[in-house]
Ligand binder design. Structure first.
Ligand code: ATP
Ligand code: MG
Length: 268
């Protein structure tokens, strides 16, 4: 019998209420290690809210979150980052008038003792830590093939390049689990392919990946397993093949294109 894979990220009956609105409604799932786990669903379904709870931006109203069987409810964002969870932001968290190198170094500051303000203005920050951050940033830029952009201001880069820098920022802390919030949104096809290649390479090298993405070609091609949210509730979970042919998912989210694919799969 195949060995049961360990849990990386487990949500148990997570609910998030914002005043009158239930953004996430009693959602549970168990992401196993060695997976690219996708969370999909229409706009406003509660995907980003879920990532915000996992990364400690705000606590769930009720429910429990476990990272590798350790309950992380109530932990601060930097503590969660230190455990090995990294994330990208849907609306990029970059400093536009700073260089790519500086942005990556700031991204890594959470793992060091240097405060952000000290770091930015170089007031008394430890030189040794700055050197380590710089080395790590150079490593990350090389990994992503953006060394030539090191000194460029983020605001002068194309949106596609900015998305890669955002990915680099999240990689600075060397996460074991990376949460990506719509990393391919707004990318042109060639950039999308580049992004998919990077994600698959990171996965092959041992990183587990949690992916929020609207582009179904990306989702269906790279995911091991998928959870679907609609109006805050989980309406389905399964393999890409199962999700593509799930009538409720097609109705709520995927639409006609996948109805045709599902019909074909049933015929095959
Ligand atoms: N901080 C907040 N305060 C109040 N309401 C919020 C907050 N964050 C999210 N919401 C609401 O919660 C619901 C879920 O939002 P969320 O951003 O999680 O959706 P999403 O699935 O990420 O959508 P999209 O695909 O458009 O990014 C929405 O109705 C949104 O307006
Ligand atoms: Mg979102």
């Amino acid at each position: 019998m195949a060995e049961e894979r360990k849990s990386v990220l487990r949500l148990e009956n997570i609910t998030k209420k914002f005043q009158g609105l239930t953004a996430v409604d009693d959602v549970s799932f168990d992401m196993k290690e060695r997976s690219i786990y996708a969370l999909i669903g229409p706009n406003g379904a509660g995907k980003t809210t879920t990532v915000n709870m996992i990364t400690g931006v705000f606590p769930p109203t009720t429910g429990k979150i476990y990272y590798r069987d350790r309950c992380i409810n109530g932990m601060k964002t930097f503590e969660i980052a230190r455990l090995g969870i990294g994330r990208t932001f849907q609306n990029l968290k970059l400093f536009n008038s700073m260089s790519v190198l500086e942005n990556l170094m700031i991204g890594g500051h959470e793992m060091t003792k240097i405060g952000l303000v000290n770091f930015c203005f170089n007031f008394g920050g430890s030189k040794k830590e700055e050197i380590l951050l710089r080395e790590r940033a150079e490593e990350v830029m090389e990994y992503l093939g953006i060394q030539d952009l090191a000194k460029r201001n983020v605001k002068n880069l194309s949106y596609g390049r900015q998305k890669i820098v955002e990915l680099g920022r999240a990689m600075m802390t060397g996460p074991k689990l990376l949460l990506l919030d719509e990393p391919a949104a707004g990318l042109i096809p060639s950039e999308r392919k580049e992004f998919v290649d990077i994600v698959l390479r990171m996965f092959e090298e041992g990183m587990d990946i949690f992916l929020i993405e609207h582009n179904m070609d990306v989702v269906m091609n790279v995911s091991t397993y998928i959870t679907v949210l609609n109006f805050g509730s989980r309406i389905a979970e399964g393999t890409p093949k199962e999700i593509q042919s799930d009538p409720e998912v097609i109705k709520a989210y995927l639409g006609d294109k996948y109805q045709e694919i599902a019909a074909k799969e049933r015929r095959d």
